[in-house]
Each structure stands twice: as structure tokens, then as C-alpha cells.
Design a binder for this molecule. Structure first.
Ligand SMILES: [Zn+2]
Length: 264
């Protein structure tokens, strides 16, 4: 039986077209090295059953080259409209960041970059739709406002290693610090963290659907990734003083759940 036509994850309309998770023009900007490695991981924590502590039960991982991954989940109108505008606006800045140039990241640039990172995380979830932890209302908000939803957290960092020239790590799970807010047995995935690396640019996007839950990195003021969302009014001198090498990347990836803590 043929599958029914799907609807766009951003606007809910029909007329889907294929979209690369990392667009072709971005991949072309990534300096190529002889020892390029790519990492693509989608991990999903299986929610706990009734009467079990919400916790990691098992993990589902897919690996491969993120640049070649495509999803057929975005409509032509969104693709050729606001998404194309977003990328056109960001192109000059993204080019500098991917190649590791020095620049001043203005609040406007930080917003555009945070929006692009969030859009990428939202699209990447649909490589494995069961891992999706961002809800339609949040994607619709991004489409209408061209900004990430307020409850999203986005950090940017300067990645100095050549180990991964492009990588994407999406982790989602069920999180609750107060189970009574959920109906008994409600175990929808509600929390995700996505790490995106393109050339010298590291991006991390984290969100939780629990109202007022916020993520903070440990000792955030001194952390290597710099927060770019929720927005601030300050310029960021780029690159930041402390870079992210492979050791730091491994720590970030391995300690992903512990790296963010929800507070009320
Ligand atoms: Zn659409």
C-alpha cells in the first residue's frame, strides 16, 4: 500500500521536497583533509514504562556521513521561501565561522546562527522520526518568528581539531524531575540535544518541553561553548579564547545528559 503523502514538519502543508540535513553549499565550505572523518549519530533513549523511574533503557544509534543525509519532510514552499532566506542571510557569516576566521559575532549574527542551528536540529530528528522530541508548535514558532522558541538553548564554539570535518549527534530522551506533571504512563520524548560540527564551527542545541526547564552548562561563564540563545545584547569576539578540541568534544558527547541540568 502506498504511503499517504506526508506533511511539512514546519508548516503542516503537503508538497514535500527532499532536503539535505547539512546543505550542499555548507558542505562545499568545509575544508577537505586527507583524514576526514564524519560522524552521524541518532540516539534515542527508550522511555520508561509505567512504575519505572524515567531513565535510559536502551539506545538506538545510526551512523554515517551527515552531509549526504536527506529527509523528505519539508515542503517546497518552506524550502524555497523562508528557509532559503535564512540561509542566504547567514551565508557570509557561516563561511567565516566554518573556515575559522576571526570576526565579531554581533547579536544579529548570533540570532541568525541560533535559528539555523535550531532548524538543523529540528530537521535532523526526522532521519529517525521516532527520536523526535521537538513538538510541532516549536517548529511552527521558528517558521513564523524566524527565531528559535524562547525555551531553546543554543551554544557556539570554535572546533580546532581535524578529526571530524562534519558531524551531527542527536540525542533525545524522556526527562522528568516531577513525574506528577505527566499523566500516568505518559512517556513521550520531550528532551533533545543536538551537536553539529561543520569545519571549525561547533553548535549545540538543547531543548526540553517541560515548561520553565532551562539548560545551563556547568560553569557557563567559563565554558568553551558560548551561549547564543536565549539572545544577549553583547558582541562575541570570535574565536572565543578557549577552543574545543577532540578531548573536549568527547567529553561533551559522552556526558551529554549530565552536561545539562534542568532547574525551575
Ligand atoms: Zn512547509
Amino acid at each position: 500500500m502506498a504511503k499517504p503523502p506526508g506533511k511539512c514538519i514546519f508548516c503542516g502543508q503537503f508538497g514535500l521536497s527532499k532536503e539535505h540535513i547539512i546543505p550542499n553549499w555548507v558542505r562545499q565550505l568545509i575544508p577537505r583533509g586527507a583524514n576526514d572523518h564524519h560522524l552521524f549519530t541518532i540516539a534515542r533513549d527508550i522511555p520508561a514504562k509505567k512504575n519505572q523511574t524515567p531513565h535510559i533503557r536502551s539506545k538506538y544509534v545510526r551512523q554515517g556521513h551527515p552531509g549526504t543525509k536527506q529527509v523528505r519532510r519539508v515542503c517546497k514552499k518552506c524550502n524555497e521561501g523562508w528557509l532559503s532566506t535564512l540561509e542566504d542571510e547567514l551565508k557570509p557569516v557561516l563561511k567565516e565561522l566554518i573556515s575559522g576566521s576571526s570576526l565579531v559575532l554581533t547579536p544579529w549574527m548570533q540570532r541568525r546562527l541560533a535559528t539555523w542551528a535550531t532548524k538543523t536540529a529540528m530537521t535532523a530528528e526526522f532521519i529517525d522520526p521516532k527520536s523526535a522530541a521537538i513538538v510541532f508548535a516549536q517548529r511552527d514558532y521558528l517558521r513564523l518568528h524566524r527565531d528559535p522558541p524562547q525555551e531553546f538553548n543554543v551554544w557556539a564554539g570554535f572546533y580546532t581539531s581535524n578529526k571530524y570535518s562534519s558531524s551531527l549527534y542527536h540525542h533525545s530522551g524522556y526527562f522528568s524531575y516531577e513525574t506528577k506533571i505527566y499523566k500516568k504512563g505518559s512517556t513521550s520524548l520531550n528532551t533533545q540535544a543536538t551537536v553539529i560540527i561543520v569545519g571549525r564551527l561547533f553548535l549545540q542545541v538543547a531543548s526540553c518541553a517541560i515548561p520553565d526547564a532551562q539548560f545551563r552548562l556547568k560553569n557557563e561563564e567559563a565554558s568553551r561553548p558560548r551561549r547564543i540563545w536565549p539572545p544577549s545584547d553583547s558582541d562575541i569576539d570570535w574565536p572565543p579564547p578557549q577552543a574545543i578540541g577532540n578531548d573536549e568534544l568527547d567529553i561533551i558527547l559522552m556526558g551529554l545528559h549530565r552536561a545539562f541540568e534542568a532547574t525551575d
